[in-house]
Design a protein around this ligand. Sequence first.
Ligand SMILES: [Ca+2]
Ligand SMILES: [Ca+2]
Length: 191
Amino acid sequence: MLVRRLLGLVILIFGLMVASSSNATSVAWDQIWFPNGVFLTEGASMSYTHDLTSGNSGLHGDPFDPNADCVLTADLWVKFFDDFSLQYLFTREKVKVYMDGTLVETRTLPDHFFEIPFFGFEIEHFGVNLAFIQDDGMLDVRLKAKKGDFSVLYSKLLITHEECNDPVPEPATLAMIGAGALAMARRRFTV
Ligand SMILES: [Ca+2]
Ligand SMILES: [Ca+2]
C-alpha cells in the first residue's frame, strides 16, 4: 500500500518535472582557454570552434540540441592582451571578427598608450547572430589582427535556449473551436 502510494508520488513529481521543464530556459556555455595567449602579428589570424552540443565534454550547463531547442540569446566574450609594442605605439589596433565564416565586425581595441597601465587586458563583448548557433549548435570563430598585434587569452560563448514549442492547438482548444463553429453555424441556420 505504502509502496504504491510512494510510486504514485514519484510518478506525480516526475510528471510535474517534465511539465515544468518543457518551457524552462536553459543556459549553455563553452570557454576555450589559451593559457599562454595566442600572439597575433599584424595580418595573422586564428580559428577555433565553440561547441554547445552534448558532444562537447567541456561544456557547462545544459547542452543545446539544434533539432529540439531554440536559441534565445547568444553572446561572445574574448579576452585580449595588448603588449605595448613600440612598433604600434601610435596605431589604433584592430581585430576582425568572423563568425561561421562571415565577417561580423572590425573592433578597435582600447589604446593603452595614453592610459595606465601601458599594457593591459581587455574583455571584449560581441553579440552573436542566433542563426549561427541554431544551425548546428556550434560557432566557428576567426580572429584576425587587422592592425597592430596582440594576444588572445580566452574565448567564451554563452547562450540561453529552450525547447521549441510546436504551435499545435491542444485537443481541448480544438474542441472549443469546434463547438464555437457549430454554435455559429446553428445560429446562422435558425435566423
Ligand atoms: Ca554554426
Ligand atoms: Ca600591440
